[in-house]
Design a binder for this molecule. Structure first.
Ligand code: ATP
Ligand code: MG
Length: 415
């Protein structure tokens, strides 16, 4: 894409009301626009990143047998009354609205209820189980505090997967698979090193649910990292009762600030029993379906990547989610230089390299500053100076020095 044609521009100044690094850098880079507190629109660059994150999540959910669907945001009050989750006293983050007739509707903050009801039409026998469905869909939550950019939205995307199983064993088996799939997702988006499987409260059959917590300096959550196996952590609410690693028994010690990027739950039969999702086992007995739910916030993941991977100049995207593979920059307005850069752009495109080409009439300083802010992992500069030697400047965003490469050497890098 030609940068001169990009619909958005960068901003020099951070918006005054944004306190968080992710909102500051993503807004300045032209990735997102704040509509109001906790509500963001995704602009072309931002949507490219979000789509890549979503596709990584999709691949891993498909790999464990998940089937994608898409549920409505508007919610039926009578259904949520069946599980006692309609009342504002029970669920304090509902956004509710009314039809012209006066009947109340809710804007979905999660989807256990509607999906359980849908599956009543499709599950009747043990032969229909297990089955796994997921969506990437907009959720609405009237969060009290929404001050941390993409980390806590009032309108935000969630990938939510739901499992429907015959019994506890089948459910637990899938739960472990989902846990592994989550580990792969966080590795693939570049958060593997800083993300810990964290024991938290709120599961059925075991004492725990599991959160995926990423260590960041301004995280809202607190976790205790295991000093023994160094792989797991315990959430603060569990820590109060459990001062040892549930996995290896060692004394937990490091306290860290973190953000919850994912959460997986064994739900047991809570929803199937209250909504009436039963199946017939192979002896003809009626049994409630055993369920689990598994969430990730792709927007929160994007914000977390920025918080973890940035420097004083801007964002440093990992290759897996970068909006473009290469930022090609032409410096100087000499006819030959321009022509060489134009040709290189075409050739890279032919090699299926996704290039943002800064063809604007702007100073080298401006172009480099924008490039650092936007954070594409590879930068190639074509200038009069480098062309004298028939070479191009090649620099990684996370390295300080560039190297000079001729065209063949350059293409070697994109095999
Ligand atoms: P939190 O404890 O941070 O409020 P939660 O436990 O309510 O989150 P879940 O209901 O488990 O969140 O949602 C699944 C995932 O959706 C979370 O792990 C997170 O990645 C994402 N998520 C939850 N709330 C928000 C939000 N307000 N904005 C953006 N992403 C969110
Ligand atoms: Mg949670």
């Amino acid at each position: 894409m030609l940068q001169s044609k990009l619909s958005t521009k960068t901003k020099r100044e951070a918006p005054k009301d944004e306190m968080s690094k992710n909102a500051e850098l993503l807004t300045r880079g032209g990735f997102i626009f704040k509509e109001m507190a906790g509500v963001y629109s995704f602009l072309p660059l931002g949507l490219r990143v979000l789509t890549k994150i979503n596709n990584i999540i999709r691949e891993e959910m498909d790999a464990i047998g998940g089937q994608e669907l898409f549920l409505s945001a508007l919610q039926d009050k009578s259904l949520w009354e069946q599980t006692n989750r309609w009342s504002d006293e029970v669920v304090d983050i509902w956004f509710k609205t009314k039809l012209k007739s006066g009947s109340e509707l809710g804007l979905g903050f999660t989807h256990e209820e509607p999906l359980t009801r849908i599956m009543k039409d499709h599950i009747s026998s043990y032969k229909d189980l297990p089955t796994f469905v997921y969506q990437i869909q907009t959720k609405f939550r009237n969060e009290v505090r929404a001050r941390s950019g993409l980390m806590r939205g009032r309108e935000f995307l969630m990938k939510d997967l739901y499992s429907f199983c015959k019994d506890k064993e089948e459910q637990e088996n899938f739960y472990e698979k989902a846990k592994d799939a989550y580990k792969k997702i966080f590795e693939r988006v570049g958060l593997g090193e800083k993300t810990y499987v964290t024991f938290a409260s709120g599961g059925s059959f075991s004492k725990y649910s599991h959160e995926f917590q990423t260590i960041i300096p301004n995280g809202e959550d607190e976790i205790y990292l295991c000093g023994g196996c160094k792989k797991v952590a315990v959430n603060k609410d569990i820590w109060e009762e459990q001062k040892k690693c549930p996995e290896c028994g060692s004394e937990l010690y490091t306290e860290e600030k973190s953000v919850e990027v994912g959460n997986i739950f064994n739900l047991g039969t809570k929803f199937s029993e209250s909504i009436g999702l039963f199946y017939k086992d192979n002896e003809g007995n009626s049994k409630p379906v055993v369920m689990g739910s598994y969430g990730i916030g792709p927007g929160r993941v994007m914000g977390t990547i920025v918080e973890v991977m940035c420097d004083e100049k801007g964002i440093v995207w990992p290759e897996s989610v970068t909006p473009f593979d290469v930022h090609l920059i032409v410096v100087g307005d000499d006819e030959k230089t321009k022509k060489t850069a134009d040709n290189l752009y075409e050739e890279l495109k032919q090699k299926k390299v996704d290039v943002l080409y800064d063809d604007r009439e702007a100073s080298a300083g401006q172009k480099f500053a924008d490039s650092d802010l936007i954070g594409i992992p590879v930068r190639i500069v074509v200038s009069d100076k480098t062309l004298k030697e028939n070479k191009f400047e090649f620099k990684k965003r996370n390295e300080n020095k560039f190297i000079l490469l001729n065209k063949n050497e350059l293409f070697e890098r994109f095999k």
